[in-house]
Ligand binder design. Structure first.
Ligand SMILES: [Mg+2]
Length: 232
């Protein structure tokens, strides 16, 4: 007798390889705008600079200090400023282009599709709980052929709440008809996916792909998605 009936997946960094896809999208931006002609000769360096600024602005956004819109152009503006280019219009255009290219990328983690297929064959109801925009997240799942595995897609945009807050998990239970005892959350972020689930009393798998040492409650910890075969 299986304990779980509902699997709640995180999307970014759990199924959809955000890091690889982000680099690929940025590379498209770099070539599309011909940044070498503006004095940015190394994509590798541009990539590192962008991700440094992105981490900083994303953290500010997550804490509610800035809006998503501000984050989107400022992370590009700050990157361009590293090359002495202070151009708000260009930064906005780069930011928009990146967001357009990003969900078109199709890198997923090893075993992602196999595990989704396996869980479907075993009769689990599978859902997504993501801190993201509805259209963007659906585009990512469509382009990677993952959309068909999910019954209900919960985005923070629709739920008006973000993980790790309880509201988005309660909203997810309500929308799916799942309950805490027959549900499990799988996600890469210990302080977002796992903490959020644990706080409402839901079991949670920490997908710790980088094998970080971190304190924090979790029901299971895996380093590769194929380790889920022992759990679900
Ligand atoms: Mg994630």
């Amino acid at each position: 007798m299986e304990k779980y009936k509902h699997i709640f997946w995180d999307l970014d960094h759990t199924l959809w390889d955000f890091e690889k896809n982000s680099v690929a999208a940025l590379q498209e931006v770099y070539h599309h705008f011909d940044l070498p002609s503006m004095g940015i000769p190394s994509f590798e360096e541009f990539n590192i600079n962008y991700h440094t600024h992105n981490d900083k602005y994303w953290e500010r956004f997550r804490k509610g200090f800035i809006t998503r819109e501000v984050m989107r152009w400022k992370r590009m503006y700050a990157t361009m400023l590293d090359y002495k280019i202070a151009n708000e219009k260009l930064a906005s255009e780069l930011g928009e282009a990146y967001l357009q290219f990003l969900p078109q990328q199709t890198n997923v983690f090893a075993h992602a599709i196999d595990v989704l297929e396996y869980a479907e064959a075993k009769g689990y109801a599978q859902h997504i709980i993501t801190n993201g925009f509805e259209n963007t997240q659906i585009e990512k799942m469509t382009n990677t052929n993952m959309l068909r595995y999910f019954d209900v897609i919960i985005t923070s945009e629709k739920a008006m709440s973000m993980k790790p807050h309880k509201d988005i998990f309660n909203y997810a239970l309500l929308k799916t008809g799942a309950n805490l005892n027959n549900s499990i959350m799988i996600g890469d972020a210990l302080d977002v996916d796992v903490l959020g689930a644990v706080n409402v009393g839901m079991d949670a798998v920490w997908f710790n792909v980088h094998q970080h040492q971190k304190d924090g409650e979790r029901t299971f910890e895996i380093h590769s998605l194929d380790q889920l075969y022992k759990i679900i």
